[in-house]
Design a protein around this ligand. Structure first.
Ligand code: C2E
Ligand code: MG
Ligand code: MG
Length: 412
């Protein structure tokens, strides 16, 4: 490690060129500041580590990829610290660390969510070097669009113009098989880049699309883009399964199966290579119609997943009445399963349910190796999560897969 002053601030930033994460750390414990700075530098990241709230306020900017906050500071309490971060117009990802018990950390995590911030992780002290390195590595992708906090209100008209004007983009998150770590597919996740360059995550505009007639066109756009990208990847020797999110509102349109089939055939592809994930963010109005559409899609060879299983939207009732062949266990349970007893029980029981109902199980929200190992031990079939790979543009998938193959060869 380079020699540097440890009095107050350890500043290891360089001009913004490297691919590592830029991290701002506040902790009154000097040994933690030293440790964090050293680990960050060794792993190719850049860290500014400060010991006081004053210095934190001076150094703070949205140019950081991650702010790591000690919740127990002598000159500011954790809640105030979060409020300060939340009050700035653009916010990096936030991770919190504390020597307080897990229960309190969990409440604070909830508070971070309520402030509209994106929680990148929580570190209970004492934490291991590996936990810290994983957190930095997960933050290294510069400002992933779904991390943008400030969400301007957008109108139906603007969304319509965005669909017509090709302002929407599709990102892909890798899906891997737990048994042998093989990359088997991707999930298509829509993003919207506003004319001012700001990215909007899907939950800022999918509800608008669902309340209007635009959801059909949005789904068509995502499917068309996925078909094109799937063909390119296949030609490059990557025969991947593509999963596309389909809203319950799409299923009210009885012409959907024929339209999807025509699009897939038109692109000379096979419907069986596409997984349709059924999502819902509103009350389903027409259950009979939805069942009709889903059954016809299945008869045409499509495979259908129940997404966000365990949340209020994806209920046991739906599981019972609709022809799902895959269950995706919701991020919110999986990512907490090792610390939170209730989440753990929900994941374990969902896996058991999937097995008994002869469905493939996918765990979403794998944020570290420990979760991967635990799910592999439970016989979960597939995994998605930031630790494996974040949603990314199509061009980044093959470089990611090489990196993944190297990582996957190393762990037991
Ligand atoms: P989803 O289909 O359940 O997608 C998974 C979401 O979890 C994605 O958020 C993904 O970025 C996030 N995620 C993945 N791994 C992790 C992890 O390890 N930790 C955490 N904390 N989160 C993780 P995203 O992209 O913001 O999408 C949110 C939701 O928006 C999706 O949830 C889906 O319901 C909806 N959505 C996205 N694209 C489309 C689309 O094209 N059409 C429709 N109808 N809905 C879409
Ligand atoms: Mg999904
Ligand atoms: Mg989901």
């Amino acid at each position: 490690m380079q020699p540097h002053s440890l009095d107050e601030v350890i500043d290891l930033t360089r001009p913004r060129a490297s691919s590592g994460a830029r991290v701002l750390v506040i902790d009154d414990d000097r040994s933690i500041r030293e440790l964090v700075a050293e680990l960050a530098a060794d792993a190719g990241h850049e860290a500014v580590c400060v010991g006081t709230f004053d210095e934190f306020q001076r150094r703070y900017s949205s140019d950081f990829d991650l702010v790591l906050l000690d919740l127990h500071m002598p000159d500011v309490d954790g809640v105030e610290l979060l409020r300060f971060v939340a009050s700035s117009p653009e916010v990096p990802r936030v991770a919190v660390m504390s020597g307080l018990g897990y229960r309190i950390m969990r409440t604070v995590e909830e508070l971070v969510h309520l402030q509209g911030l994106q929680v990148a992780g929580t570190l209970a002290k004492p934490f291991s070097a590996k936990q810290l390195i994983d957190l930095f590595a997960a933050s290294a992708t510069p400002h992933v669009p779904s991390q943008v906090r400030v969400r301007p209100q957008v109108s139906e008209k603007e969304l319509e113009r965005a669909i017509d004007g090709k302002q929407l983009t599709v990102y892909y998150q890798p899906k891997v098989r737990l048994r042998d770590r093989v990359w088997v597919g991707v999930e298509a996740l829509v993003r919207w880049q506003l004319p001012n360059g700001q990215w909007l995550p899907p939950d800022a505009f999918i509800p608008i699309a669902e309340q209007s007639a635009l959801i059909g066109r949005l789904t068509e756009f995502v499917l068309e883009t996925s078909l094109r990208d799937a063909a390119k990847l296949r030609a490059d020797g990557y025969p991947l399964e593509f999963a596309v999110n389909v809203s319950m509102h799409d299923l009210e349109d009885l012409s959907l199966p024929a339209r999807i089939e025509a699009m897939v055939r038109g692109a000379s592809q096979n419907l069986a290579e596409f997984q349709l994930e059924i999502t819902e963010s509103g009350l389903m109005r027409d259950q009979v119609g939805a069942l009709d559409v889903l059954s016809r899609l299945c008869l045409k060879g499509a495979r259908v997943s129940i997404d966000d299983f365990g949340t209020g939207y994806a209920s046991l009732h739906r599981l019972c009445h609709m022809p799902f062949d895959e269950m995706k266990i919701d991020v919110s349970f999986v990512r907490r399963a090792l610390q939170d007893e209730k989440s753990r029980v929900i994941v374990e029981n969902s896996l058991e349910l999937a097995k008994r109902l002869k469905m493939r199980a996918v765990a979403e929200g794998i944020e570290n190796y420990e979760l991967w190992q635990w799910l592999a031990g439970l016989g979960c079939d597939y995994a998605q999560g930031y630790w494996i790979g974040r949603p990314m543009p199509v061009a980044e998938l093959i470089p990611w897969s090489k990196d993944w193959a190297e990582r996957a060869a190393k762990f037991v």
